[in-house]
Design a protein around this ligand. Structure first.
Ligand SMILES: [Zn+2]
Length: 284
């Protein structure tokens, strides 16, 4: 039974660096070429991947699926990856904000795939528009979601401007991206109303692993506090997150904590309507 998460509002000090734009990480030429070739091979095996993805949210999220290995190898590795994390203590949602970035997203995706895990990427629309190949990579290990188009302070914008930020991003990400996260964790009743008017469901977090700074091991230590049904926040564009994510996934898996998907929680079995302020972390 999925644990229920109540939306949490918090300011996201570490996110303020987005105001001036992140210093672009040094793009490793060969790493980028490798990521593009991985994507190319993935596209060749589209029928296999589609079948795996449709068979379950955790299916197909394996290193071989991302690397586009042969069909038999995909199936075998998928089975191994699915059994790698046994959720004796439950599921949590791994969420990664602010991407995609050419210098870090492929490494994050590879680390998540190696662990057979899944994540929700809250992408900045203008970055997603410029890096459609990276969005495709993200989708191999999870889902993408709306983090506005330019990562502005939504509470300071006009209603029309806010709606443009949401809708332009939705246009880039496609109709299946129902989740939204406030830049800087900033919201008020007016921004909430606009988010809902755009058909989106806001998602907070329970642990911000990069808040407070420190080396990657400090990020890992904070992430260990996530509980079943909780939502863990990491940020793309930061090498420390890349260095930390494999250890986070591995150590939590060793504790019986596995990644799950964000889903809308039905209000009741009778109405079947989603409850906007309540989301669930589903293991399957
Ligand atoms: Zn952000």
């Amino acid at each position: 039974m999925p644990a229920v998460v109540t939306r949490r509002r918090a300011y996201q000090d570490g996110d303020r660096r987005m105001t001036g734009g992140l210093p672009r990480a040094t793009i490793r030429k060969w790493g980028t070429l490798a990521a593009l070739s991985v994507l190319g091979v993935c596209l060749v095996s589209v029928p296999v991947l589609i079948a795996l993805v449709l068979s379950g949210p955790d299916a197909g999220r394996t290193p071989d699926a991302v690397a586009g290995a042969g069909d038999e190898a995909d199936s075998a590795t998928t089975a191994r990856a699915a059994s790698r994390c046994i959720a004796t203590r439950g599921h949590y949602a791994l969420t990664i904000d602010d991407g995609p970035f050419a210098g870090t997203t492929p490494s994050l995706v590879a680390a998540i795939a190696r662990e057979g895990a899944t994540a929700t990427f809250f992408d900045v629309g203008e970055r997603a528009a410029a890096h459609g190949n990276l969005v495709a990579l993200q989708r191999h290990v999870g889902q993408v979601a709306n983090h506005t188009y330019r990562h502005l302070h939504m509470t300071r914008l006009s209603r029309a401007h806010r709606l443009r930020e949401l809708e332009r991003t939705a246009d880039v990400l496609g109709p299946h991206s129902a989740f939204y996260r406030d830049p800087y964790g900033e919201s008020d009743p007016a921004t909430d109303a606009d988010v809902r008017a755009a058909g989106l469901t806001p998602v907070g977090w329970t642990i911000d692993a990069q808040s407070g700074g420190g080396p990657s091991e400090a990020i890992v230590a904070r992430a260990m506090r996530v509980r079943a049904g909780g939502i863990l926040l990491l940020r793309d564009g930061d090498r420390r997150a890349v260095a930390a994510v494999g250890r986070i996934l591995g150590r939590l898996a060793a504790r019986g904590m596995c990644t799950g998907r964000l889903t809308l929680r039905p209000a009741s079995a009778s109405s079947g309507r989603p409850t906007p302020d309540r989301i669930a972390v589903a293991g399957r």
